[in-house]
Every structure is written in C-alpha cells, then in structure tokens.
Design a protein around this ligand. Structure first.
Ligand code: TRH
Length: 347
C-alpha cells in the first residue's frame, strides 16, 4: 500500500510558444522542491525549456525526451497529462498493469469561468482498461485547483533589489516620474498606436521588451529597451521591477497577479472568439474598476486602448491589485491542492 506518492510523471506536448512547457516546468519543479517527489518531465520539444530553464539538467526534475515511438518505461504513482495531451498507448497499458493503478490527472487550462467549479476533480473511466482519469482545473476559487505559487515567492519578492536589476540590464536609474513598463504580448495591431501615446505622454515611459528581436524604436518620451528572454525564475524580477506589466497566455498572466502590480492581459486568441468569454469571466471577478476593464477589452481586439484614461487610473490601481494578490495567496496553491488530492486517492 502506498501511503505517500513519491514518483510522478508529467507529460507535456508543446503546442506553441512557452506556456505549455512553462506551466509543466513550474509544477514539476515545485513538486520536487517542496514535496520531495521524484519527478520525470516527459516533453516532446526541448527548445522552450532550454530558454525557460537553461539549467534544467541540474535537477531536481529529471527531464526526458518524449520520443515517438515511445520506449517502454516503468510507470509512476501519479501521472499528469498536461492540457489533454495524449499519453503513449504503451504507457497507459503499463498503468493498467500495476496492482494499484496510479492517480491519473489531466491538468487543464486556467479559466475563471463558472463551469470550472463543477468540472474540477471530476473523473472519467477509461473505455477499456481499469483506469480512472481526473480533471484538475486551475482556478481562482476554493473549489478549483488553485494557482501555481511557490512557497518562497514572498521571500524572494522581499529580497528583490530593483536598482541592482536595472543596473544588470544597463537601464538607467528610474527618473522620479518615470513609468517603467514590461511588454510580453502576441502580435497586436493596437501596439503602434499605444507606442505613439507613450511617446506623447507627459511622463517618461521606459518600455522593457523581454525576448524581443524587434529593433527598439525610442521616440519622444518613450525609451524602448530589448531585454534577453529571462529564465523563468527571473521573469518575476522583471514584473517586480516595473510599474505596469503587459502579459499574455496563462503563466505570465498568473505571475503578474502575484506581483501585485497593475497589469494588462492579452488572452491567448482562440477560433471563433471563444477566448472572449474567458476574458469576460476574469474581468467579472477582478476588483479593478472600469478604467482597467475598458483598456483590457481594447487591448484584446476592441479598438484603440485609451491610454490617457488608463494612465490616470494607475495610482488608484496599486491597492486593489495588491489586495487581489493577497486574497489569492491566502488560499492553498495549486501544487498543495494537487498533492492533497493525490494523497486522498492513494490512501
Ligand atoms: O508563451 P505563452 O503565450 O504560452 C501559452 C501558449 O500559447 C499555450 O499554447 C497556451 O495554451 C497558453 O499560453 C495559454 O504565454 P504564457 O502562458 O504566459 O507562458 C510564457 C512563459 O514564459 C511563462 O512561464 C513566463 C515565461 N517567460 C520567461 O520565463 N522569461 C521571459 O523573459 C518571458 C517574457 C516569459
């Protein structure tokens, strides 16, 4: 009888960009670091991981290439398939051959939509084998799977030295009224107009673009700097160093919330505008007022983002953003909910 799961396999297929690898790596690292689980991360494309975690080979997670055809391997106590990727058929057979089947989880995408609470932790039996798959939904409420957040997050944030960070990347010390902004976005037709608004802004705007290969074009009151694509642990530092963060997708969106600073989310666009419901659902639960909501809607395809109004609302956003982060952080994080979920099923 297994009392404590110690061995976990996470399977990740990289669909595009960094989010699939980013979420899987973050979870794998946390389960290994904080719970002492023996982690294998099976991933079908190493390229994003090399950027997110250049030192991934140093452990504690064992990163394995997910090859086709699949090479037979033993099966873990806990098996996590990320974002409904399909496990190798031979591995599933191995799962079914264990005297006690593993806890099998499908880690889903994050959404603030109401239906998440009803679907989180639901199970579905395998059509042929004696296996049960559970759906694990990240989310913002107590009856969801929660959000990824490391136990040492607050300590790292407290220890962060913004001046040293700026110096390391060759940025001048922040002028008194400067607005430092980070920008991580999908191609966005609203950006050129926003850059014009920044150039014409009465306050100096310093725009930091991690991982950008575009020629930086400073003009008027806008200074643009390209930064390297930072290792994942250091991306938090960039968010802490800025007054306003533009983020996208899933993982950077969550990190911007932990940073407790004003942020603008560009949601991952889906066919048929399916993402709009997801955006609306988050805006409905977020406490920031109409200024932020109008700007976000515009940034996500709803016209020209009203920069002047939004800039005027920024000082008033500091408190609600931090309060939102505090409220979310008061609940258990995703890894601890997941561990608890597995322990209950392996008793
Ligand atoms: O890269 P993303 O757009 O990822 C995705 C994918 O498109 C995925 O298919 C989709 O399903 C998902 O979004 C919703 O955005 P995301 O999720 O923010 O992932 C980016 C990761 O890259 C995140 O872990 C933060 C990290 N990052 C760094 O580590 N350093 C950097 O310099 C930057 C800019 C990001």
């Amino acid at each position: 009888m297994i009392n404590k799961p110690t061995h976990c396999d996470i399977f990740c297929t990289v669909v595009d960009n960094y989010g699939d690898a980013g979420v899987c790596w973050r979870l794998a690292r946390q389960l290994a670091d904080e719970y002492g689980w023996r982690l294998r991360l099976w991933i079908d494309d190493m390229a994003p991981l090399r950027q997110l975690a250049p030192d991934y080979a140093a452990g504690p997670v064992e990163v394995r290439a997910w090859t086709a055809p699949w090479l037979a391997t033993d099966c873990a106590d806990v098996v996590i398939e990320a974002f409904a990727c399909e496990l190798p058929a031979a591995y599933v057979e191995t799962m079914a051959q264990r005297p006690r089947p593993p806890v099998w989880l499908n880690l889903e995408y994050l959404s603030a939509e109401n239906w998440v609470a009803g679907c989180h932790a639901m199970s579905s039996p395998h059509t042929r084998l004696p296996l049960l798959k559970h759906f694990f939904f990240p989310g913002f409420t107590a009856n969801s799977g929660g959000l990824l957040r490391e136990q040492d997050y607050e300590a790292r944030r407290q220890a962060f030295d913004a001046k040293a960070f700026r110096a390391e990347f060759g940025l001048p010390a922040a002028a008194q009224d400067e607005l430092t902004i980070s920008l991580f976005s999908y191609p966005n037709p609203a950006l050129p107009e926003l850059m014009r608004a920044w150039a014409a802004s009465p306050r100096p705007v310093r725009l930091l673009r991690p991982g950008s290969s575009e020629t930086p074009r400073s003009s008027g009151n806008l200074s643009v700097h390209n930064l390297p694509f930072l290792p994942q642990v250091r991306y938090d530092e960039l968010l802490w160093a800025c007054d306003l963060n533009f983020v996208r997708g899933e993982d950077s969106f969550v990190r911007a919330q932990w940073a407790g600073k004003p942020f603008v989310w560009q949601i991952y666009p889906q066919a048929g505008d399916a993402h709009q419901a997801k955006l609306d659902a988050f805006l409905a639960i977020h406490p920031a007022g109409p200024g932020l909501k109008a700007f976000w809607q515009a940034w996500n395809g709803g016209g020209t983002p009203p920069w002047e109004d939004f800039a005027a609302s920024l000082p008033g956003l500091a408190a609600p953003m931090q309060q939102w982060a505090n409220e979310l952080a008061a609940g258990p994080d995703l890894a601890s909910r997941l561990v608890q979920f597995c322990i209950e099923r392996l008793k």
